[in-house]
Design a protein around this ligand. Structure first.
Ligand SMILES: Nc1ncnc2c1ncn2[C@@H]1O[C@H](COP(=O)(O)OP(=O)(O)OP(=O)(O)O)[C@@H](O)[C@H]1O
Ligand SMILES: [Mg+2]
Length: 265
């Protein structure tokens, strides 16, 4: 990446304090506290059912938490209306993309900008997303339902960008995509952060991609954050290597051997 990263300020743009959310009797997140600093890419890593999606839905107001509080840019957004939260500058790219299949690619993008009144800014951002994902310009008049999974993921990210957010929540951008496409999408996510200064909070099962792209990581197990550190340091931790990166270090006569863990997808 040739561009310099944006300055990461110490002031948190997002702050969760002891957040608990549940589905009826099922507690999905149990006292999650985390901060995302302005300008960084933060990641929440966790396996299936750990509570990653629930964290993002609770931040963006889709689920009301049972306990705890959420602050965005110093404003209390706990259990606020999702539309208000978007207007404050927080966009959510949901798990499984959820584009509008019967609307054209262009109309999907315009849906992302529906609260904006600055037409010039909207046109500029449309050009910007076509710059990141040229295939969307080529397909702009086609129905979004005709796009491939990877292209729909590109569209979902682009639709979120059309709100010109300060913070973008990204739910498993790698889901169902080939390793090659996943890598391409992550590269663009990093460019969006570097070039536009958009703060990003992404959740992933694909720890490898997330730890390479993000600055700071939180490890979520059974609804609780069990570890957090810079991604550079997390990548070096033995239990992260073993359980999340599928690597095991075997010291055989000073040689380093790396084993693929069976459960690694
Ligand atoms: N609508 C729902 N109703 C009941 N339980 C739910 C619902 N959605 C999620 N859960 C439960 O809440 C817990 C956390 O789910 P969540 O979807 O947040 O996990 P996740 O980390 O995003 O998993 P995945 O990697 O599979 O997307 C799981 O035990 C899940 O079964
Ligand atoms: Mg999920």
């Amino acid at each position: 990446m040739s561009t310099n990263p944006p300055p990461i300020s110490d002031a948190p743009v997002l702050r969760l304090l002891n957040v608990e959310s549940a589905y009826g009797p099922i507690k999905a997140i149990r006292g999650v506290s985390l901060q995302v600093r302005r300008g960084e890419i933060a990641a929440v890593l966790g396996s299936n059912g750990a509570g990653k999606t629930t964290i993002l839905k609770t931040i963006s107001g889709i689920i009301d938490p049972r306990k705890g509080s959420i602050e965005f840019k110093g404003i209390d957004i706990t259990a606020r209306d999702p539309a208000v939260i978007v207007q404050l500058g927080l966009s959510h790219v949901p798990e499984g993309r959820e584009v509008f299949p019967l609307l054209s690619v262009r109309d999907n993008l315009l849906m992302g900008a529906y609260t904006r009144r600055d037409r010039d800014g909207v046109a500029r951002d449309m050009e910007a997303v076509f710059g990141y994902f040229p295939i969307l310009r080529e397909r702009s008049e086609q129905d979004a339902g005709l796009l491939s999974g990877g292209q729909q993921q590109m569209l979902a990210i682009s639709r979120a960008l059309m709100a010109n957010p300060d913070l973008m929540l990204l739910d498993e951008p790698s889901l169902g995509l080939s390793p090659k496409l996943t890598k391409e999408i992550f590269e663009i996510v990093v460019r969006i952060n570097r070039e536009r200064g958009t703060t990003i909070l992404l959740v992933e099962q694909n720890a490898n991609m997330a730890l390479n792209a993000a600055d700071y990581g939180h490890v979520l197990e059974n609804g609780r954050i069990v570890m957090e550190d810079t991604c550079a340091r997390l990548r070096e931790k033995d239990d992260i290597k073993e359980f999340y990166l599928g690597l095991k270090e075997d010291g055989v006569r000073g040689e380093r051997r790396w084993k693929k863990k069976k459960t690694w997808r």
